[in-house]
Design a binder for this molecule. Structure first.
Ligand code: GLN
Length: 215
């Protein structure tokens, strides 16, 4: 199994290091054909307008959309989460989005006074202890659709981690901590789907072989 990391701008190297600590192979994705070699994709934090524009310029938006729509796991952290949202508040007019998750995201939601902060976050899917969540000019999730599962929130109105099937989004930066549980969680989803897809390919190969044998 290999996990791709969108390497256009932002802290993709930190994601590579976190995956390496877990013994998971990663591939830097800069062109559409790089997606063919990976089982999942991480979109890192950085500046969503820049990542979006570069992805548009390198004709990556549509291939990433099809990659996700065909069931491959995608995980966006911070700016990556902004790119994955269907609805964006406080965006720059015309900023390119992947528009994949049924969430409304507010960009730069914490204002200038609390630009960056770290907090212990309860994430039931990861168990104990709480996760050390690093927020940097972070977005928050204001509204989630029916199919979206909330993984963590700061308070009743502030959702900061969600999952919608194969799509995972966190408003904070797990790659900037030593705690690898979110990377392990995402690698787990990617592994399951990689095995599932391999079995499907084998079954359909076997069936088409049998069809040929009968002819
Ligand atoms: N504020 C940034 C944006 O709008 C996101 C910040 C981050 O990724 N740390 O893209």
């Amino acid at each position: 199994m290999r996990i791709g990391i969108l390497a256009l701008q932002g802290d993709f190297v930190e994601h590579e290091k976190a995956l390496a600590r877990l013994g998971v192979k990663s591939v830097e994705v800069r062109l559409p054909q790089h997606l063919e070699a990976v089982d999942g994709l991480i979109i890192p934090g950085g500046e969503s307008t820049t990542i979006g524009r570069l992805a548009e310029r390198w004709h990556l938006l549509e291939p990433i959309r099809s990659f996700a729509q065909s069931g491959h796991p995608l995980w966006g952290t911070c700016a990556g989460m902004i790119l994955m949202a269907k609805r964006l508040v406080n965006g720059v007019p015309g900023q390119p989005l992947l528009s994949l998750m049924d969430i409304t995201v507010v960009r730069n939601a914490f204002g200038r006074q609390v630009d960056s902060f770290e907090t212990d976050l309860t994430v039931p899917a990861l168990g104990e202890p709480p996760f050390p969540a690093v927020f940097i000019r972070a977005p928050l999730i204001k509204h989630v659709g029916e199919e979206v599962e909330i993984l963590a929130q700061l308070n009743a109105e502030t959702v900061v981690a969600v999952q919608q099937g194969n799509l995972l989004a966190t408003a904070f930066h797990p790659e900037l901590t030593e705690d690898d549980r979110f990377h392990r969680y995402f690698a787990g989803i990617s592994e399951q789907l990689a095995v599932h897809n391999m079995i499907n390919r084998r079954v359909s190969l076997h069936l088409s072989q049998r069809r040929k044998d009968r002819m």
